[in-house]
Write a protein that binds this ligand. Structure first.
Ligand code: GN1
Ligand code: MG
Length: 373
């Protein structure tokens, strides 16, 4: 790590109740939004310990104070549930490290917001599924997460990103950015633009059902990427759900759909060779089985029946968001190469096309694993 970064991290780390001095740090470059570092702290007797130190992207999350208040409440709630079930809260849920003045975050003089968690050792995240059983276990973890929050007073949660999964508004934003086409980039993405425009009607389907009271509002995670599950490297089981910035009231279908989007693609989210990109139906079955096992007691028939469509819609949403960001000049997602957001959009839209062809089979799998009640 470059020395000036290390100096900055050292200064920030002094604000937290870490037991010792920062001696090293590693950047975790996987997230598209926040900056995350694994920091190594050495105490006075020479023992080292790791923490996760994160700088919150306050361009995306406009109110980090309220966001951290959400996370604190949610974690406290989950911790109680784990204790009541005889689980291990040090491994099954994130633990916030307080600042020396007792807060949940530190605001630097430059206006950056920082937070810290205990580093979960002997656990890892994967960008791509290496063992299908991991995906089954991730399905159970996200189902269980909703279960643990089923008695949480949703109205107490602040909406960290308003209309996050409002696909109608996402579509309108896409249309507006396309119309302006400020950077004259639409010509590079004509096929992708046409593909999105053809699916306008899809954007309103779940919102309409929700407005009609046909789908229940729950406390959901809303960013159920496969890499947001820590897998215990000793057991191969999902241990803990991370990245809680978007925990808000939502539909269980958003969590299911986004997880299928990210977990069933055997290639990377930004793979340029689209022949490698698909929605792998076997992987779909692994996740679906886990999610349904965990959610069997609370999912409603409307939720069950819309699962395949939700997978397609969430993939469509993210594809559209990447495409919007590409047209707008890469202002939201971090990019690491030219055309990065366009490459990402292409993988997502390829997945959408593939899911459209597999809808029937996807529904069959849902029915196969949903136990009779
Ligand atoms: C972002 O932060 P990260 O990388 O887990 C994004 C998600 C997208 C995802 C696409 C707050 O998630 O909504 O689905 O990228 N998070 C936010 O990979 O916008
Ligand atoms: Mg993440």
């Amino acid at each position: 790590m470059a020395l000036e970064n290390l100096d900055e991290l050292r200064a920030v780390s002094k604000k937290f109740c870490f037991d010792g001095e920062l001696i090293d740090a590693q950047l975790n470059s996987q997230g598209h939004i926040n900056d995350s570092y694994a920091v190594i702290i050495r105490n006075s007797s020479g023992k080292t310990c790791r923490y996760m130190l994160q700088r919150i992207n306050h361009n995306v999350f406009k109110n980090p104070e309220k966001l951290m208040d959400n996370i604190k409440r949610v974690l406290t709630h989950i911790r109680k549930r784990i204790l009541a079930d005889g689980g291990d809260p040090m491994r099954e849920v994130l633990t916030i490290i307080r600042t020396k003045d007792g807060g949940c975050y530190y605001k630097s003089p430059e206006g950056y917001y920082w937070r810290a968690y205990i580093y979960l050792e002997d656990a890892t995240t994967y960008q791509i599924v290496e063992k299908p059983e991991h995906l089954y276990s991730a399905g159970m973890a996200f189902g269980k997460f909703q279960q643990q929050l089923s008695d949480f007073p949703a109205c107490e949660l602040y909406e960290t990103i308003p209309d996050f999964h409002n696909t109608v508004k996402r579509f309108e934003k896409f249309e507006q950015v396309l119309k302006e086409d400020k950077l004259d980039r639409a010509k590079n993405a004509a096929d992708e633009v046409a593909f999105v425009l053809e699916r306008k009607e899809d954007a309103s389907r779940l919102i309409n059902l929700r407005n009609a009271g046909e789908l229940p509002l729950r406390v959901t995670h809303n960013d159920t990427k496969f890499n947001n599950v820590m897998i215990d490297i000793r057991t191969g089981k999902a241990m803990c759900v991370i990245d809680l910035d978007t925990v808000m009231p939502g539909l269980s279908l958003y969590d299911f759909g986004d997880a299928i989007r990210s977990g069933t693609n055997p290639a990377s989210e930004d793979e340029k060779d689209l022949t490698k990109v698909k929605m792998d139906i076997d992987l779909y079955e692994y996740f679906t089985r886990g999610f349904l096992e965990a959610g069997a007691s609370f999912l409603t028939p409307n939720e069950i029946e819309n699962m395949p469509f939700a997978a397609k819609l969430m993939t469509f949403e993210v594809g559209m968001r990447f495409l919007t960001d590409y047209l707008e000049g890469d202002v939201y997602f971090k990019t690491h190469r030219e055309g990065h957001n366009l490459d990402r959009a292409r993988t997502q839209l390829k997945m959408v096309r593939d899911m459209e062809m597999k809808m029937e089979k996807m529904l069959e799998i849902v029915h196969k694993h949903f136990p009779e009640r």
